[in-house]
Write a protein that binds this ligand. Structure first.
Ligand code: CTP
Ligand code: MG
Length: 196
């Protein structure tokens, strides 16, 4: 294979990973539009007086973000099928109808990771919205992967073995960059209080 073919394969594999993980990548983008109301931790504090998650993690953001990102995933599932790019019976999200569980798990797992991140941030004494490099950009990826692992190990396996490790590493960079861009846009249009 020539260098260009290798590069093309790598980019196509990266594209496969991005499209597959779009339900995880977009759940956090929907949350600021839908969030508000009672916080997930119900305002409870730890023994040291710090909040468990803080007011930035609300039920509306969690459920609304999960539902919207899942709907996006279902639309992609149908669209890719009819475009002939990935079959509905056994495609990017595994076999049908398990794919109907995998897509919402990615969406919810991402927001679960976001909450894990907030839990760590609060435990470290950082207030809501404080900039926390690495956690801010990757907590959702970690959450989606952790969440899907115990439930669907067979899908996880096909997801990984189907492609190259270099593409997975590149995805971490794409996830980081997508987070930066999305949050700057969110800040500019006024749905996010901070640009990170
Ligand atoms: N959001 C929400 N519920 C969630 C996640 C996010 O309501 N489960 C909304 C909140 O309005 C939040 C905004 O999306 O302020 C941006 O999310 P994020 O940056 O993750 O929250 P922060 O306010 O920065 O809080 P933290 O420091 O805990 O990350
Ligand atoms: Mg934040």
């Amino acid at each position: 294979m020539s260098g260009w073919t290798v590069l093309l394969h790598l980019l196509l594999d990266l594209l496969r990973i991005v499209v597959t993980l779009l339900p995880a990548m977009t759940a956090n983008t929907f949350a600021p539009f839908l969030g508000g109301g009672p916080p997930v931790d119900m305002g409870l504090t730890r023994r040291d007086g710090r909040r468990f998650l803080g007011d930035g993690k609300t039920w509306r953001g969690l459920l609304g973000g999960s539902i919207c990102a899942s709907i996006l995933g279902f639309v992609l599932l149908i669209l890719l099928h009819f475009l002939g790019l990935s079959s509905m019976e056994n495609g990017l999200w595994g076999k049908f109808p398990v794919s109907l569980l995998i897509i919402p798990s990615l969406a919810f797992g991402s927001l679960f990771g976001d909450m894990l991140g907030s839990f760590v941030k609060r435990a470290l004494g950082r207030p809501r919205g404080a900039k926390t490099p690495l956690l801010d950009q990757w907590d959702y990826v970690i959450g989606a992967f952790i969440f899907i692992l115990p439930f669907y190990p067979w899908w996880y396996d096909s997801f990984i073995s189907g492609g190259s490790w270099i593409a997975l590493l590149l995805f971490l960079f794409v996830a980081w960059a997508a987070h930066q861009v999305a949050n700057r846009i969110g800040y500019a249009i006024g749905v996010k209080k901070e640009p990170w």
